[in-house]
Design a protein around this ligand. Structure first.
Ligand code: SAM
Length: 236
């Protein structure tokens, strides 16, 4: 059994009772960054560390790392655990595994090896949907664009936004948020379309910026723009 478990995007209380119980009962928790996941697990007294597992191989819910750079052997190991009938739970650093973080590839490989494998989603937080929920923009349909490419294709990403009339949601890192704002002004030509930038959702410095792209840009420049960001653009 393979569980895909959503975890908080900041506030550690945003975890479901079902997620806690699945994580407690899993034989292995596959974590993108074991140090990040450890903080969550410690809060809810779940699992043991990889080091403790070596001392006591029968400990429940050991935490092992699985990330985008994991070697083929790691995936083989995971698949062999599944074949032995072990229960595995996949978590990432934040939110729903597979949404712009590792997870999908493992599901694909596991299904290739075991087409009848039971894969169970444990729903929970997701940054894009959380931001969209407070945007006030039409959300009966919307377009999620993930992250803009860092280099090649970046300008095309922003030019394409100009052609999309629905509500648009995308992610950007703290290193490129101001650059992305400038590119929205310059290449997307969104003009008076309403924009919302959600910063540090569910965390201490949660801030929602609203206005035209020029207004939001001014507010972002004025503030100390650290943290994680979701950008939402309303329809024209
Ligand atoms: N799997 C995650 C999800 O379900 O939302 C997304 C992972 S992606 C690697 C990380 C990006 O999500 C960040 O760079 C940021 O754009 C967005 N993000 C994650 N947590 C956030 C938060 N608390 N506030 C705002 N944006 C966040």
């Amino acid at each position: 059994m393979l569980y895909i478990v959503a975890t908080p995007i900041g506030n550690l209380e945003d975890i479901t009772l079902r997620a806690i119980s699945v994580l407690k009962s899993a034989d292995f928790i596959l974590a993108e960054d074991t140090r990040v996941t450890r903080v969550l697990l410690d809060k809810y007294n779940i699992g043991v560390s990889e080091a403790l597992l070596l001392e006591n191989p029968r400990s429940k819910a050991s935490v092992v790392s699985y990330h985008q750079h994991s070697k083929f052997q790691k995936i083989e190991q995971i698949i062999s655990w599944l074949k032995e009938g072990k229960t595995l739970a996949v978590v990432t650093d934040a939110g729903t595994p597979g949404i712009n973080d590792p997870g999908n590839y493992l599901v694909m490989k596991a299904l290739e090896a075991m087409p009848d494998l039971k894969i169970v989603p444990i729903p929970g937080p997701n940054a894009a949907i959380t931001a969209l929920s407070v945007s006030g923009f039409p959300s009966d349909k919307f377009i999620f664009l993930g992250f803009p490419p860092h280099k090649r294709g970046r300008r095309t990403f922003f030019q394409r936004i100009n052609l999309l009339d629905d509500t648009i949601v995308f992610y950007e890192s703290k290193y490129r948020i101001l650059k992305a704002m400038k590119e929205l002004q310059e290449f997307s030509l969104i003009g008076q379309r309403p924009v919302m930038v959600a910063r540090e959702l569910t965390k201490q410095f949660e801030t929602i910026y609203r206005g035209t792209i020029d207004e939001v840009m001014l507010k972002l420049k004025r503030d100390n723009i650290l943290g994680e960001f979701v950008i939402v653009i309303g329809p024209s």
